[in-house]
Design a protein around this ligand. Structure first.
Ligand SMILES: Nc1ncnc2c1ncn2[C@@H]1O[C@H](COP(=O)(O)OP(=O)(O)O)[C@@H](O)[C@H]1O
Ligand SMILES: CC(=O)N[C@@H](CCC(=O)OP(=O)(O)O)C(=O)O
Length: 295
């Protein structure tokens, strides 16, 4: 009997969140590091299907860094990163497009459709969605890495209106049709801002932001923008967490109300985050004054 009550309580607990997010666009960034096996992937897709069934409008932006590394390895090419971004020569950008817009994108679409929802795969080249110029961090040329200069969300809205769940690979283009490799965190935040998304969640392979990357116990449940900026400066966040935390800051300053980083390897992580009072992962909050935001 108690077991039944517990289940009913969980459903009741979900009610205010179902009401709050009915009709809301939510962007889920699904990182390659969280795509650890078919069971976990299926559990993420099940959650997305449920979110859609209760009236939310999920938009998936995915990565696939480990899949790209594997493909590059197989042709004897070493992966090189600067500040969390892959150095991308012409051969690499072709492989990245093939892996992300092809294999990874289509496998996510397939998994979603298995859950009975209609999904369609896109990349930032479709409908001129993600227009880029060469990203030159600190003036350094790291190849065909895209810096997003313009987002056209029309195609995404059209798909949402038609009942499709868009699944987007982070490949951009420019007026000449050149392909660009975009870090999926940046693609997700630009898309979330253009859609005026209510919530943006990053699914990754750690419980959230850690005070000490070597200590899983040092998890931070709630982090202000000031601390985030400090951690970027002092190196507390490094590697793939640099673009993620940078993107969280951009999202909260760009009007996205709820921004979270969470462990996508936990079964039903999205349901726990969206539909329970406690939630999981690190919530990033805007504690900046207007003056500090302008700097
Ligand atoms: N302070 C930190 N807290 C949590 N993770 C961190 C931190 N600094 C660096 N990282 C690293 O960032 C990684 C997540 O980024 P990444 O591997 O690019 O994931 P994704 O594929 O989800 O984008 C973690 O596995 C962790 O090793
Ligand atoms: C420029 C750049 O670094 N692009 C990324 C794109 C994939 C990605 O971001 O995948 P994750 O989300 O799994 O890390 C890359 O080439 O790995």
């Amino acid at each position: 009997m108690e077991d039944y009550l517990e289940k009913a309580t969980t459903l009741v607990e979900a009610m205010p969140y179902i009401k709050e997010f009915a009709g809301a666009v939510v962007v889920i960034k699904y990182g390659g590091a969280a795509m650890i096996n078919e069971t976990i992937k299926a559990s993420v897709m099940e959650d997305i299907a449920l979110m859609k069934l209760v009236g939310m409008k999920p938009v998936i932006v995915h990565g696939g860094g480990p899949e790209i590394n594997q493909m590059l390895d197989s042709i004897g090419k070493k992966s090189e990163f600067r500040g969390g971004l892959r150095v991308t020569d012409e051969e690499t950008v072709n492989i990245v497009e093939m892996v992300l817009a092809g294999k990874v994108n289509k496998s996510i679409v397939q998994l979603l459709q298995k859950q009975g929802i209609t999904a369609a795969g896109l990349c930032g080249k479709d409908g001129d969605m993600l227009m880029c110029e060469k990203n030159m961090p600190n003036g350094e040329d790291i190849g065909f890495v895209g810096k997003i200069v313009k987002v056209n969300p029309d195609l995404i809205f059209t798909m949402l209106d038609a009942g499709f769940t868009p699944v987007i690979a982070p490949i951009g283009t420019d007026d000449l049709g050149q392909s660009y490799n975009i870090n999926a965190d940046f693609a997700a935040v630009h898309i979330a801002k253009a859609l005026k998304a209510r919530k943006l969640v990053f699914l990754t392979d750690v419980s959230g932001v850690l005070h000490d990357v070597k200590d899983p116990q040092s998890f931070i449940p709630e982090m202000g923008a000031k601390t985030a900026m400090q951690y970027l400066k002092d190196g507390t966040v490094s590697g793939g967490m640099i673009p993620k935390v940078t993107c969280c800051l951009e999202a909260i300053q760009g009007g996205v109300q709820h921004v979270h980083i969470l462990d996508g390897r936990i079964e039903h992580c999205l349901l726990l985050e969206f539909f329970t009072a406690r939630g999981i992962g690190t919530l990033i909050i805007n504690d900046l004054t207007k003056k500090e935001e302008a700097v």
